[in-house]
Write a protein that binds this ligand. Structure first.
Ligand code: GDP
Length: 194
């Protein structure tokens, strides 16, 4: 995939602000600090487009990145920050619910998990929420460079089993550090926006 242009067009807090040009959208979700920004930057060949290590407390927005006038990446604020207040969590929940339910342009969600550890309770909840809304899912297990190659299959199996991944969902081994899985991720994304 040759990324000619990738620009943020809107940081939306409500559906009134979503783009109206009807391009397909791929949303990206993951626990805070899992490596979501790094994943976006790796796919887009940018160092710092999606901000890495966003802190809790800053405004939670859905960030729409327009890519080659062809599709949008929609960066969903990270979940699972223990320190976030109940009202922040509720606000997050409403925003996500509004976007994920009935957004016609949404073609699939890339959910990022950490290959090193079994998916957390929050990861499982997110996966089940997406399933409930019948949204196609691409699981990206990142930070593969942090464990040795001969452990990869074992960890992938734990990821699959803990989430109870269904056969229509994809699972991609990934590393932002080495670029492992980048082509496969694009391939999966294109398969979902056709
Ligand atoms: P986000 O909060 O989900 O957007 O996470 P970031 O992309 O900011 O990443 C959190 C931390 O993990 C940063 O220090 C990244 O450099 C690091 N990181 C992200 N992806 C990888 C990866 O594939 N391999 C390694 N070794 N570190 C990573």
């Amino acid at each position: 995939m040759k990324v000619v242009s990738a620009d943020i067009v809107i940081s939306a807090v409500s559906s009134k602000q979503y783009p109206e040009d009807a391009l397909p959208e791929i949303a990206l979700a993951g626990r805070s600090n899992v490596g979501k920004s790094s994943f976006i930057n790796t796919l887009l060949n940018r160092k710092n487009l999606a901000r890495t290590s966003s802190k809790p407390g800053k405004t939670q927005t859905l960030n729409f990145y327009k890519i080659n006038d062809q599709l949008y990446f929609v960066d969903v604020p990270g979940y699972g920050f223990a320190k976030v207040s109940k009202s922040e969590k509720e606000k997050w929940g409403r925003m996500i619910e509004e976007y994920f339910t009935g957004r016609e342009e949404l073609k699939a969600v890339v959910q990022i998990v950490d290959l090193r550890h079994p998916p957390t309770r929050d990861d499982i909840a997110m996966y089940q929420f997406l399933k409930h809304h019948q949204i196609p899912i691409i699981i990206v297990a990142t930070k593969a460079d942090k464990i040795s190659k001969n452990q990869w299959q074992k960890h992938l199996k734990v990821t699959k089993e803990t989430l109870r991944l269904e056969k229509e969902d994809s699972l991609i081994l990934f590393s932002s550090e080495t670029g492992l899985g980048k082509d496969e991720a694009w391939k999966e994304i294109f398969a979902r926006i056709k």
